[in-house]
Design a protein around this ligand. Structure first.
Ligand code: FAD
Length: 435
């Protein structure tokens, strides 16, 4: 049996949050051998959003080591040797299959035992699969999902094999939109399928979505709405050849990519930690209900101070910031000091083709569209405000400059009063520039 290994701090999961937590530990002062990161992935923490953007885009290719953390936030890249140089033990291709929080013990798939004094759970999310809904033929070859580097590599291989072929993208969220653009840029014939009346319905208003759907259509992407993939046909090699839609239509496909959501990976901790809204419940310092166990990133359900409720956020900005907050809280507790509560302003973004949008705040209440959302414009620039109880609480902006994006973030944080929707719609972006 493998020797038991003991660490002061263990991070289980080696994604975005783990990488930023490692940087914060290192900043705060770490002795060699104090921290271990255990990840089932074969590479150190990298900026996961790059997978659906540059990594699979043949014309504007991003590769590792280009997007190791903390490149995404303008920080230094933590190349593989960085971990050793900073006294951090990195266990790659190591999956934890059991966590016993009472005895502070983790066990890997090969039986390796890890003991910790403080644990940071950073296991992220796993994709929802069509087989989870019992869709027939969903295990055919050339049906892909995208979460980790290995998934992206499989997809790249298939795109090269099926050059100029037909791709069907199942799902109209940001992953579906980003993937469709990359596939199109790679010269594939692309069809998107989703059941909702418009893309990204969890964030986009109908007005916002109509711009993107129009833009994608102009790029030659076929969009099929109001139905779902109900089955697949395959050839004698077991490769997908057709997507069978619920409404009876069929779409030819050389490859299919599914982006229908993700679920937090909390199974290791089931029954041991208090849960809320599908995640591990934490306080404003990412402490769970179990002493010395913290949860960060996608799996944490934390108090959103700004809106006075509990939320779970599956976005990279929160993964980075929650990780830093947890490490600062751990270190402060050791020194008998304290730090301010986490006060997060939701921030999401996406990039596809030459487009780039940012959103800050909360997308509830009345909405006001401003700017030029004509998909045929040479330089489209538009946005939407969300207003609740007379206050501006959320802002979306496509095509904003760095200063304009800063201004919308400030507005969403400060929540200025709104005199009237008409004024806001007339003033457009200048309303936030004056705040
Ligand atoms: C393709 C893609 C594009 C994205 N684009 C954007 C974007 O544009 N904007 C945005 O805001 N967000 C985006 N996101 C979301 C963002 O990447 C996540 O919110 C973020 O990565 C969460 O960080 P995390 O550390 O919690 O989890 P992850 O980064 O997912 O890391 C979790 C890690 O834990 C490992 N792990 C899980 N279970 C175990 C185990 N039992 N043992 C060992 N290791 C384990 C996983 O292998 C993984 O390495 C994107 C996500 C994907 C998949």
């Amino acid at each position: 049996m493998a020797e038991e290994k003991s660490f002061k701090y263990v991070i289980v999961g080696g994604g975005v949050a783990a990488g930023y937590a490692a940087r914060e530990f290192s900043k705060q002062g770490l002795k060699p051998g104090e921290l271990a990161i255990i990840s089932r992935e074969p590479v150190p923490p990298y900026e996961r959003p790059a997978l659906s953007k540059g990594y699979i885009n043949f014309q504007n290719k991003a590769s590792l080591p280009g997007f190791y953390v903390c490149a995404g936030s303008g920080g230094e890249r933590q190349f593989p040797p960085w971990y050793k140089e900073n006294g951090i033990d990195l266990f790659l291709e190591t999956e934890i299959v059991k966590a016993d929080l009472a005895s502070k013990t983790l066990v890997s798939g090969t039986g390796q035992v890890f003991k910790y004094q403080t644990l940071i759970a950073a296991t992220g999310s796993s994709v929802t699969r069509l087989s989870d809904f019992g869709v027939e033929g969903a295990d055919a070859k050339n049906i892909f999902y995208l979460r980790e580097l290995v998934d992206a590599d499989e997809l790249l291989t298939a795109m090269l094999e099926k050059e100029n072929g037909k791709a069907v993208v199942v799902g109209g969220g940001y992953i579906g939109l980003e993937l469709s653009s990359a596939l199109k840029v790679n010269n594939m014939e692309v069809t998107m399928v989703y059941p909702e009346p418009w893309c990204m319905p969890r964030l986009f208003t109908a007005d916002i979505a109509s711009f993107y759907e129009g833009y994608y259509a102009n790029k030659g992407i076929n969009i099929v709405k109001g139905t779902v993939a109900a089955g697949f046909t395959t050839n004698s090699a077991g490769e997908v050849t057709e997507v069978l839609l619920k409404d009876g239509r069929k779409l030819e496909a050389d490859i299919v990519i599914v982006g229908v959501g993700a679920r937090p990976i909390t199974s290791l901790f089931k029954g041991q930690v208090e849960e809320d809204k599908g995640g591990l419940k934490t306080d404003a310092f990412f402490r769970t209900s179990v002493p010395d166990v913290y949860a960060v990133g996608d799996i944490a359900t934390f108090p959103m101070k700004l809106y006075n409720d509990m939320r779970r956020v599956e976005h990279v900005d929160h993964a980075r910031k929650s990780a830093e907050q947890a490490v600062k809280a751990i270190k402060a507790a050791e020194e008998g000091s304290s730090i301010p509560e986490y006060d997060y302003l939701p921030y999401f973004y996406s990039r596809a083709f030459n487009l780039s949008w940012q959103f800050y705040g909360d997308n509830v209440g009345e909405t006001v569209l401003f700017g030029d959302n004509d998909p045929t414009s040479a330089k489209p620039k538009f946005g939407s405000y969300w207003i609740k109880e007379g206050k501006l609480i959320g802002v979306f902006l496509e095509g904003g400059s760095p200063d304009e994006n800063k201004a919308i973030a400030k507005a969403a944080r400060e929540q200025p009063s709104v005199e009237s929707v008409e004024v806001l719609s007339k003033e457009g972006l200048s309303f936030v520039s004056n705040i």
